[in-house]
Design a protein around this ligand. Structure first.
Ligand SMILES: Cc1ncc(COP(=O)(O)O)c(C=O)c1O
Length: 447
């Protein structure tokens, strides 16, 4: 292994990082993570911390899940790759589709289209929504509605429906025909409404007005994260998704639930749609599908949509997909991961340990720079401000707190003014307390 200074220098010279500034890597080198075990990661200096990020909201089972490692090794030995494009397939891909249909049967989602990650899944879902309307005799339905603060990945479709102007601006113009309505973000919203139910009702009214304004006959789908993740962990009341479903139904608009983060237990439910008892038309999944051990995603499709595709002779052909759709190694990883996820019922621990972590984070409001605390299950966020009354977001201070918390033993995710906690769902209560304690220390030092 080369020495660390050499690696940092090479990183600054040759490696561009997603969402990083290429000119910044020398002044502010990224942490080089060397190894991981259980819920802990160790960096190049030998400093070990609890991974309060779960890699990137994905390592739900921690880093030592032997069944996934074994399944990957066995599959590599037997069949490291074969295409699942029309004409060929493989056993793990078929088995995975059966498993996913069982997992999401309660949502009526019984067909799987496999992808290489979440952005692929989002773009595929948007395409399938448009194609469905064409098959269904409504070719004019091409527009998409999404929420502000939304994050749906970085391909052109996902980037167009993303609701963070910072991520949108450099790549304008986006896919035409995408529109945004306010997110049910109680800390900041156009009405300064803090009551979640009243805010939810206002946002739903804006959704319906936007659909009507566009002309429902031109709207293909409303896409949302049932709990917004990268936008800062925005948790609407359960009724929000039900209300969105009703509005979509009233206007013939499809509902796409982007569960790339919330799928497989993070919110304390198997998926966030189930929390609201809602059956989306399409659901996107990735991340915890393999606990991050292999790049994989999926789009789950409802029976109603499937019918239109399967019974249409020519138009039902799906002319999209990825070389690694149905990758046998990824599917083997996913099968082992789902079996462990179910055996451990990790959503139960996400609910109980998550409630404890959130209560601990609530206690950090005693630091004046903590403007807001939000969360559900094991996805939580602190929003850092320089002035509580004015709610002035303070990303630089959040960065200093992040560094101090890291030194104190917990990696959290610094995203703008938010400090996000999304650890493996195997986290123990004591490890949850340790994350809160490290943030407390970080706030005392740098808040
Ligand atoms: C809700 C949501 N959708 C889509 C994506 C994109 O997934 P990927 O980074 O695997 O392409 C993400 C990634 O964080 C996400 O949070």
């Amino acid at each position: 292994m080369r020495d660390d200074n050499f690696l940092s220098e090479m990183n600054a010279r040759h490696l561009w990082h997603p969402f990083g500034h290429p000119g910044e890597a020398r002044a502010n080198p990224p942490k080089i993570i060397r190894r991981a075990e259980g819920v802990r990661i160790t960096d190049e200096a030998g400093h070990t911390t609890i991974d309060g990020v779960g890699g990137l909201w994905c390592v739900n089972l921690g880093y030592s899940c032997q069944p996934i490692k074994d399944a990957v090794a066995a599959q590599l030995a037997e069949l490291p790759y074969y295409s699942a494009f029309k004409g060929t397939t493989n056993g793990p891909a078929i088995e995975l589709s059966v498993e996913l249909a069982r997992w999401f049967g309660p949502e009526g989602l019984t067909r799987a289209f496999l992808t290489s990650g979440g952005s692929d899944a989002v773009d595929t879902a948007l395409k399938l929504a448009r194609q469905y309307h064409k098959l269904n005799g409504e070719p004019g339905r091409t527009k998409f509605v999404a929420l502000t603060k939304a994050y749906h990945g970085t391909h052109w479709g996902g980037a167009a429906v993303n609701g963070n102007p910072l991520f949108r601006a450099p790549y304008e113009p986006h896919l035409s025909g995408t529109f945004h309505v306010p997110s049910p973000y109680a800390y900041r919203n156009p009405w300064d409404e803090t009551d979640p139910e009243r805010l939810s009702a206002l946002c739903l009214r804006m959704l319906e007005e936007q659909i009507v304004f566009q002309d429902p006959a031109t709207v293909a789908a409303f896409i949302l994260e049932p709990v917004q993740g990268a936008g800062g962990v925005i948790v609407p009341p359960e009724s929000f998704l039900r209300g969105a479903r009703e509005i979509c139904d009233r206007h013939g608009v499809l509902l796409i639930a982007d569960e790339v983060i919330s799928g497989f237990g993070r919110t304390g439910h198997v998926c966030a749609s189930r929390r609201s008892g809602v059956r989306p038309d399409l659901m996107t999944l990735a991340k915890a599908l393999t606990s991050g051990y292999f790049p994989m995603g999926a789009v789950m499709v409802s029976e109603r949509l499937a019918d239109a595709f399967e019974h249409e002779e020519t138009g039902g052909m799906i002319p999209t997909g990825y070389t690694y759709s149905g990758h046998p190694v990824g599917c083997a990883a996913a099968l082992a991961c789902l079996a462990e996820t179910e055996r451990l019922k990790v959503w139960e621990n996400a609910a109980s340990t998550g409630a404890r972590v959130l209560a601990g984070l609530e206690g950090l409001r005693r630091h004046a720079c903590v403007g807001d605390v939000r969360g559900i299950g094991l996805m939580c966020a602190l929003e850092i401000v320089s002035d509580r009354d004015a709610k002035t977001a303070d990303p630089a201070r959040a960065g200093r707190i992040f560094e101090a918390a890291y030194r104190a033993g917990a990696m959290v995710r610094w995203s703008g003014a938010n400090l996000v906690v999304s650890p493996p769902l195997t986290l123990t209560p004591a490890e949850g307390d340790a994350i809160v304690a490290a943030l407390d220390q970080g706030l005392s030092e740098a808040g």
